[in-house]
Design a protein around this ligand. Structure first.
Ligand code: AMP
Length: 489
C-alpha cells in the first residue's frame, strides 16, 4: 500500500515523499483512514512505530480544509492540541508537525516548561493552529490567559501511560475540562492500565481501538548474550566490556534506578570512559544537553533508566547493554530495539546476577529464544546462579583471563549487594505488586505470544480497517478493554 491510497491531500503527500517515506507503517495504515473519517482513537503503539505521522498526517489533512490565509491572529485560533509528557517528546512531535505541514498554511508551536515563558507568549500571540505542549506549561499559559483552548477541534494525548507514570493525569483532567466537548480525540499509550482505561473512557467517544503488534518480535539481526556475573562485579565487568568494544562504538546502558544511573556514569567516567546519565530527576536542560552530547559523539556511553529513555529518538547503535535486566520482559524488547534497526547488525548484552534469573526466564519466554550465556573469566556469577540452570552457558575464552582490577574503594560482593537495596526502592515509576509473569498492562508472559495486527472488534473487523469497510457502531472502549461499567461520555 502507498500513502497516496490513504486519501491524503497532495501537499501532505509531497511532504511525506520529501521525508523519504516509501510506504506507510502498520500503525499509519490503520490510523490514517480512521482519523480522516473523524473517529476518536485509542492507539496502542510505541515510539519507533511511526505513530507520530500516524496521527499528524490525518490531523493536518483535516485542519487544512479550513486553513485561514488571513494575517489576523484572531483567524488562527488553537485548533489542535497535542500533549506529550516530556519536553524531548514534545520537541520531536513538533519537528514532525513542522516537517509534514511545510506545504500547508498552518502555524504550529511547541510549549514546554523549564524555559522562559515570554518567547512562547509572543509566539502564541501570532495566532497558532497547532500547539504541541507538555501539560504543566500549558496550564501555566492557561492561568496567565496567554492561550485560549475554547476552539480546539482536535486533541491528541501521546504516551498516556508515561503521563500517568509522571503524575500528569490530574493536569490532563484539568485541560480536558477546558476543551469543547465537540472535538475529535486520540489517545496513544504503550500499555492500557486501569487508570489509562478510565482516562480513555472520560476523554474519548466511541473510540476505535488500533494496535500494532507488540514489538515482542525482536529483529533477527540482533545477537543476544548474557554474562552471568555476581552483582558486586557488574560495574567492573561493564567497564571491561566497554574497553573491549571498538573505540568508535557508542553504547547505551540501561539500569533500573535513577540513583544507579548517575553512580554508574560517574564510575565509568572515573575509569576513563566518557559517560553521562539520563534519568527523570535531571532538569530538562540537563537532559537535553546530555542527549545532545551523546548524539554528537562527545559522550561515548549513555546510562539511562527505562522511563527516561522511552520516547528518545536515538539513532541506531551497535550495542545496548543491560546492566540490570528489566523487571518486565517487554522492556527488554524496547531497550534492545535501539540496536539492530533497519537490517543493521546489533548486539544486546545483559549482565545477569543470580537474583535476576527469573527475569531472564521471562524474557526468553517472551522472545522465544534461549540466550547464550557466557561467563567472562574473572567475573563469575554467584554460586546459586548455576543451580538448575540451562545448558547454553559457555566460558568466553576470547576475553582476557584476568579479572579487571577492582578499583580502589570498591566494595565486596556482599556489601555491594546490601548497598544496592535502597536503590531498588527508588525506581522511577511505581510498580504495582503483581505476579512476575504479568506485565503492567496485564499481558501474561506465561502464555504463548500471538502476533496481532489489530484487535478484533465485535463485528469481526480488525480495528483500523473500519474506515474503508462497513462496520457496526463501535462499543465503548471501556467495554472492549474489559468493562468499567461507565459509558464513554
Ligand atoms: P515515531 O514512532 O513516530 O517516533 O517514528 C519513528 C521514526 O520513523 C521517525 O524517525 C520517523 O521519521 C520514521 N518514520 C515514520 N513513518 C515512516 C514511514 N512511513 N517510513 C519510514 N520511516 C518512517
Amino acid at each position: 500500500m502507498s500513502f497516496s491510497e490513504l486519501g491524503l491531500i497532495p501537499e501532505i503527500l509531497q511532504a511525506v515523499t520529501e521525508a523519504g517515506y516509501n510506504e506507510p507503517t502498520p500503525i499509519q495504515r490503520q490510523a490514517i483512514p480512521v482519523v480522516l473519517a473523524g473517529h476518536d482513537v485509542m492507539g496502542g503503539a510505541q515510539t519507533g512505530t511511526g505513530k507520530t505521522a500516524g496521527f499528524t498526517l490525518p490531523l493536518l489533512n483535516r485542519l487544512a480544509r479550513h486553513a485561514s490565509a488571513s494575517t489576523s491572529p484572531a483567524r488562527h485560533p488553537v485548533r489542535a492540541l497535542i500533549l506529550a509528557p516530556t519536553r524531548e517528546l514534545a520537541m520531536q512531535v513538533f519537528e514532525s508537525v513542522k516537517m509534514y505541514s511545510k506545504h500547508l498554511p498552518l502555524r504550529s508551536t511547541c510549549i514546554y516548561g523549564g524555559v522562559d515563558m515570554n518567547p512562547q507568549i509572543q509566539e502564541l500571540r501570532r495566532g497558532i493552529e497547532i500547539v504541541v505542549a507538555t501539560p504543566g506549561r500549558l496550564l501555566d499559559h492557561v492561568q496567565q490567559k496567554t492561550i485560549a483552548l475554547n476552539q480546539v477541534e482536535f486533541l491528541i494525548l501521546d504516551e498516556a501511560d508515561r503521563m500517568l507514570d509522571m503524575g500528569f493525569i490530574p493536569d490532563i483532567r484539568r485541560i480536558l475540562a477546558l476543551l469543547p466537548a465537540n472535538r475529535q480525540s486520540l489517545l496513544f499509550s504503550a500499555t492500557f492500565s486501569d487508570e489509562i482505561k478510565k482516562l480513555a473512557d472520560q476523554m474519548l467517544k466511541s473510540p476505535q481501538l488500533i494496535e500494532v503488534a507488540r514489538r515482542n518480535m525482536v529483529s533477527d539481526t540482533i545477537s543476544h548474550v548474557v554474562h552471568p556475573v555476581s552483582s558486586g562485579l557488574k560495574r567492573n565487568l561493564l567497564a571491561h566490556l566497554i574497553r573491549h568494544e571498538e573505540e568508535s562504538n557508542q553504547i547505551l546502558v540501561f539500569v533500573d534506578t535513577k540513583f544507579a544511573c548517575s553512580r554508574l556514569a560517574h564510575f565509568l567516567d572515573r575509569h576513563g570512559i566518557s559517560a553521562d546519565a539520563i534519568h527523570g530527576d535531571k532538569s530538562q536542560q540537563a537532559r537535553t544537553e546530555t542527549l545532545e552530547s551523546f548524539k554528537s559523539g562527545k559522550v561515548r556511553v549513555l546510562v539511562a533508566t527505562d522511563v527516561a529513555a522511552r520516547g528518545l529518538d536515538i539513532e541506531d547503535l551497535p550495542s545496548v547493554i543491560n546492566f540490570e535486566l528489566p523487571h518486565t520482559a517487554e522492556d527488554y524488547v524496547h531497550r534492545i530495539g535501539r540496536t539492530g534497526r533497519a537490517g543493521k547488525k546489533g548486539k544486546a548484552v545483559s549482565l545477569v546476577s543470580a537474583e535476576e534469573r527469573h527475569r531472564l526466564a521471562d524474557i526468553q519466554k517472551l522472545i522465544k529464544l534461549e540466550i547464550t550465556q557466557e561467563i567472562v573469566p574473572g567475573f563469575d556469577p554467584e554460586p546459586d546462579f548455576l543451580e538448575g540452570e540451562g545448558s547454553r552457558r559457555r566460558r568466553n575464552d576470547s576475553a582476557p583471563a584476568k579479572p579487571a582490577p577492582r578499583p580502589a574503594g570498591e566494595t565486596s560482593n556482599a556489601s555491594d549487594r546490601r548497598s544496592r537495596r535502597p536503590e531498588r526502592e527508588q525506581r522511577e515509576a511505581p510498580r504495582s505488586r503483581r505476579p512476575g509473569h504479568i506485565a503492567s498492562d496485564g499481558f501474561d508472559f506465561s502464555k504463548p505470544y500471538e502476533q496481532k495486527t489489530g484487535i478484533k472488534l465485535d463485528d469481526g473487523i480488525a480495528a483500523g480497517q473500519t474506515a474503508s469497510a462497513p462496520h457496526k457502531p463501535q462499543r465503548p472502549i471501556a467495554f472492549l478493554l474489559g468493562g468499567l461499567g461507565r459509558k464513554a461520555s
